[in-house]
Structure formats: structure tokens, C-alpha cells
Design a protein around this ligand. Structure first.
Ligand SMILES: NC(=O)C1=CN([C@@H]2O[C@H](COP(=O)(O)OP(=O)(O)OC[C@H]3O[C@@H](n4cnc5c(N)ncnc54)[C@H](OP(=O)(O)O)[C@@H]3O)[C@@H](O)[C@H]2O)C=CC1
Ligand SMILES: O=C(O)[C@H](O)COP(=O)(O)O
Length: 496
């Protein structure tokens, strides 16, 4: 149960505390933010509404804690991360339960998220030990006009205080994918969890606390992004922002100061299906890619672009699989569970109604109860429909029939998003040409888009992001290069 056992100290009455200076605290605001269970649509938990003064304090403490952490040997940083990973995995059940109640993640997927997060932390610790232990050595005589009088030593040093803001759909995994690289690289970390998912994130933070990280190195402030978000992202104490979410990220990138940004934003991942594709394989991946966690993944298949000659067959195969999806509460491990909020369900419904008015073919009747929307495949979608371009972040998947590969690539590239895409064909040469032509951060050949495995580079272009994630890239992103140059009085050449 949430807030019980080793987690008892993170709650006061019915409000979860925030984390600062290595302690769990109540906000002086005296206010709390409710977390609404998407299934019951009732308040499930409450978290502190932190004040600007509390944010200031957190930043001050984080800056001081980082200075001594940067002097902590790399192997010791790694050791603590391994410990946190083990504690997190040990407590997967209560954390997964929070994910079920706060974001309606199906129970087994919730456990997977926590275990995957533990693995991510451990891998980051190992990778950090390898890549941060290495630097570069350059000599000056390779550049024209220079003798060998300068030896340049480069190493990777921390940035300072990292601000991490993950989204609701992976509040644990997309938090640790920022926390672990930040810490192994010698930074301190301030987490602002998504409101839906905040309690799972607070439990995860407590696992780092139990592992024994120094006081003030990790902090977690809660509150609505719309209320404390700007204050956090524009705070002069922040040296780097790692954000995952929607359009909010575009706004943050315009407001943030001169600090490195890592932005993973929305997507409209296209699935191009060619005439020679294995249609069973494509159909299976389209259903998995489009409907896992009810379509609430940035990497979900969000539009199918299928060659007209195989469209009828593909649609029939996808339709048959959609009809087998189970619909209901996350506790029952249903495939399709309620979407995160009523406003999200209303937004999805708006896209569906627009498609209906413009005569898309409904492969199933549209059905909604509260936040629960039954899976829906829309065939014969045309470019004048909103669903052709907008990201539903729900269990609704449009199919656009195309007459040439170029038409599919054109649709994909006309999107303001460029996260991932996929292509189904048995012809590897065609697949490579299409992959090269698609303006997306990643293209999957013969599989649905996905971020994992978590050490793979993960990036979006255009409005889908800035920079690249994945364990190695995140560690590098959270460091800067420092060089020391040894100037010799006379040129020195090593003997052959
Ligand atoms: N590319 C990727 O890796 C991913 C992209 N996404 C995208 O995220 C969207 C859905 O996630 P969702 O959580 O709703 O996204 P949001 O952009 O609404 O929220 C993301 C995070 O930002 C916080 N936030 C809100 N306003 C501000 C602000 N002004 N300043 C700073 N932080 C703020 C939120 O807090 P609060 O909850 O308190 O509002 C939350 O923690 C979709 O568009 C999806 O595609 C999602 C996952 C991964
Ligand atoms: O936020 C998302 O939706 C994720 O980054 C996608 O991760 P996944 O592909 O592992 O579900």
C-alpha cells in the first residue's frame, strides 16, 4: 500500500510530503494538490503545493550538495546508484500500485515500468564508470603552423544542478532516465514530477533516500506545473533542464535561460506499410504500437499509411486484433484502460467527432464511459481531418490509404513532429531508402516504434525535441568538456 512500511515517513495525514535536504517535509503553503484516479475519477492521493520560497531553498541546497558530490569518487557514485536500483526493485509492488491508481497503467505494465527503471539505473552506473573515466589527449602539431609544444587534456565535468521534469505516462521511468545520468556525472538533481504520477515518483525518490545519497543531492518538489513550472524552469539556480512532455516543452525552450536543454516532446509516429509487407507482422505491431497503454505513449503508432492495394487486407487483420483487446480497469490488467484525465478524453473525443463529420470509416462504433474510451480504428482518413495530424494520446488510430511510397513519406514529413516512424516491407533496400527519407529521429524497420532498450539513442527532430536521450547520450548531455593545456618551453616529440 502507498505510504506504508518503509514509505510511512513520506506521508503526513493524507498528504504526501515533498523531499528537501534529505528530509520529507510539509509545505508551508498549507495547500495540497489532488491526484485524481482516472478510473474512479475521485481524489486518490494528495501532494504538497510547494511555494516559490521552498523552490529557492531547494536550489540553494542543491548547489551546495553538488559541490561535494562532484568530489565523490566515480565508483562510489556508481555503488550508490546500484543500491538505489536494488531498493527500487525490491519495492516494485507498492510503487506499481501507485501507477495503477494515479495513471491507470495496467498492473503488469506498472510492475514492468519499475523493474525497467531499476535496470536503467544500474546500466547508467556501469556506463558512467566507463565513459566518465575516459578523456582525450591531443597534441598541438596536428594543426598547421604548430609545433608539438602543447598537450591538451580533456575530461567531462558536471553541469551543476539539473532540473528534471517527466510526463505522466512514465513518471518513474522517465524520471530515473534523467536522475541516474545526472548523478553519475556528478550533478545534483531537482525533480518536479507530473501531478498524475507524483506519488509513484515520491516513492521512487524515497528509494534513493534509503540508498543513502548525501543530503540535498536529490530534491523533489511537487505542485501543479502550471503554477510552479515557470518559476522552476526560469530559476537562475538551474544549470540544465531535462524535460519530457508535450507542447509545454516548446514554451519552456523559449523561456529558459542559457542552459543546455534536453527535450523529448510529442510525436505523430507514422507506420508505412508497403505492398510486399508481411501483413500479419504489420497488423500485430500496429495494434501493439497503437494501443499499448491505450495509445498514451509518445512512441505510439499514431497514423498508418498503407498502400491501397493491401489496405483492405491489412485493415481487416488490424480490426480483428482490435476486437480482441480487453477494455476495463487497470487493476484487471485490461489492454485498454481509462485515459489519464477527463480533459484528455474530451480532446480525443473531439478528434473522433471531427473525423466522423468528415466521413472517416469507423471500424468499430465509438464508445466512451467516463475516461474509458474503447479502442477505435478509423479507416479512409484524409488529410483534411484533424486526426491525420494531431496526436490523440488515446486509443484511436487513423488509417490513411496511399497510392505511392512518396505519398506516405510526404505525409510523414509534412508533420510538425519528427519523433519515430516505422516501415513494413520485405525489401531491405527499399526500407533503408524510406528510413533515410523520413524526417524522424528514429525509424524502425519491421517493428513498431519504441524508445527501448533504454541504452539506445532516443531523439526527436522538429517539434519532437532537442538533443538525444538514451543512457550514454544523457550522461554526455549532462556534462561539459573541460580542458587543461600543458605548455612546454620547447617542442617535444616522442621517439619512434
Ligand atoms: N517524446 C517523449 O519522450 C515523450 C513525449 N510525451 C508527450 O507528452 C504529452 C503528454 O504528457 P503530459 O504529462 O500531459 O505532458 P505535459 O507537457 O502537459 O506535462 C509534462 C510535465 O510538465 C509539467 N509542466 C506543466 N506545465 C509546466 C510549466 N509551465 N513549466 C514546467 N513544467 C510544466 C507537468 O506537470 P503537471 O503534471 O503538474 O502539469 C509534467 O510534469 C504528449 O504530447 C506526449 O507525446 C510524453 C512522454 C514521452
Ligand atoms: O514517453 C513515452 O511514451 C516513452 O518515452 C516511450 O517509451 P516506450 O516506447 O518504451 O513505451
Amino acid at each position: 500500500m502507498a505510504g506504508n512500511g518503509v514509505f510511512a515517513e513520506i506521508i503526513d495525514g493524507d498528504v504526501f510530503k515533498y523531499y528537501c535536504e534529505g528530509e520529507w517535509k510539509k509545505s508551508t503553503s498549507g495547500k495540497s494538490v489532488p491526484i485524481i484516479n482516472p478510473t474512479t475519477r475521485k481524489t486518490q492521493y494528495k501532494v504538497q503545493a510547494c511555494t516559490q520560497e521552498e523552490v529557492n531553498k531547494v536550489m540553494e541546497i542543491s548547489k551546495a550538495a553538488q559541490k561535494s558530490w562532484a568530489k565523490t569518487p566515480l565508483w562510489k557514485r556508481a555503488e550508490l546508484l546500484h543500491k538505489a536500483a536494488a531498493i527500487l526493485k525490491e519495492h516494485k509492488a507498492p510503487i506499481a500500485e501507485c501507477l495503477v491508481k494515479e495513471i491507470a497503467k495496467p498492473a503488469k505494465d506498472a510492475v514492468t515500468e519499475v523493474v525497467r527503471s531499476g535496470d536503467l539505473i544500474s546500466y547508467t552506473a556501469e556506463e558512467g564508470v566507463r565513459i566518465l573515466g575516459e578523456g582525450k589527449f591531443l597534441v598541438s602539431d596536428s594543426f598547421p603552423g604548430n609545433e608539438r609544444t602543447k598537450y591538451c587534456l580533456t575530461s567531462k565535468i558536471p553541469l551543476g544542478v539539473i532540473l528534471a521534469i517527466p510526463p505522466f505516462n512514465y513518471p518513474v521511468n522517465l524520471a530515473v532516465s534523467k536522475i541516474a545520468p545526472a548523478l553519475i556525472a556528478g550533478n545534483s538533481l531537482v525533480l518536479k514530477p507530473p501531478t498524475q504520477g507524483a506519488v509513484a515518483a515520491l516513492h521512487m525518490v524515497h528509494c534513493f533516500h534509503l540508498a543513502g545519497f548525501p543530503k540535498g543531492l536529490i530534491s523533489c518538489v511537487t505542485g501543479k506545473g502550471s503554477e510552479i513550472g515557470d518559476f522552476l524552469t526560469m530559476h537562475p539556480g538551474v544549470n540544465c533542464i531535462s524535460f519530457t512532455g508535450g507542447d509545454t516543452g516548446v514554451a519552456i525552450s523559449k523561456k529558459a535561460g542559457m542552459v543546455p536543454l534536453q527535450m523529448e516532446l510529442g510525436g505523430k509516429d507514422a507506420c508505412i506499410v508497403l505492398e510486399d509487407a508481411d501483413l500479419d507482422l504489420a497488423a500485430g505491431n500496429i495494434v501493439k504500437g497503437g494501443f499499448s497503454y491505450s495509445g498514451q505513449r509518445c512512441t505510439a503508432v499514431k497514423v498508418v499509411l498503407v498502400m491501397e492495394s493491401v489496405a483492405d487486407t491489412l485493415v481487416e487483420k488490424v480490426k480483428a486484433k482490435v476486437e480482441k483487446l480487453t477494455v476495463g480497469p487497470p487493476e484487471d490488467n485490461c489492454d485498454i484502460t481509462p485515459v489519464v484525465s477527463e480533459s484528455s478524453a474530451n480532446f480525443i473525443e473531439g478528434l473522433v467527432m471531427d473525423a466522423k463529420q468528415k466521413n472517416a470509416t469507423f471500424c468499430q462504433p465509438y464508445k466512451r464511459e467516463g475516461n474509458l474510451i474503447w479502442p477505435l480504428l478509423l479507416d479512409n482518413v484524409r488529410p483534411d481531418m484533424r486526426i491525420a495530424w494531431e496526436e490523440p494520446f488515446g486509443p484511436v488510430l487513423p488509417v490513411i490509404r496511399i497510392n505511392s511510397v512518396e505519398e506516405g513519406i510526404h505525409h510523414c514529413n509534412a508533420s510538425n513532429f519528427g519523433l519515430q516512424g516505422c516501415v513494413f516491407t520485405k525489401d531491405i533496400n527499399k526500407a533503408i531508402l524510406i528510413s533515410d527519407a523520413m524526417e524522424t529521429g528514429t525509424v524502425q524497420i519491421n517493428s513498431a516504434p519504441a524508445r527501448g532498450p533504454d541504452h539506445f539513442p532516443f531523439q526527436g527532430i522538429k517539434d519532437s525535441g532537442i538533443g538525444s536521450q538514451g543512457i550514454t547520450n544523457s550522461i554526455n548531455m549532462m556534462t561539459k568538456v573541460k580542458t587543461t593545456v600543458i605548455n612546454l618551453p620547447t617542442p617535444s616529440y616522442t621517439m619512434g
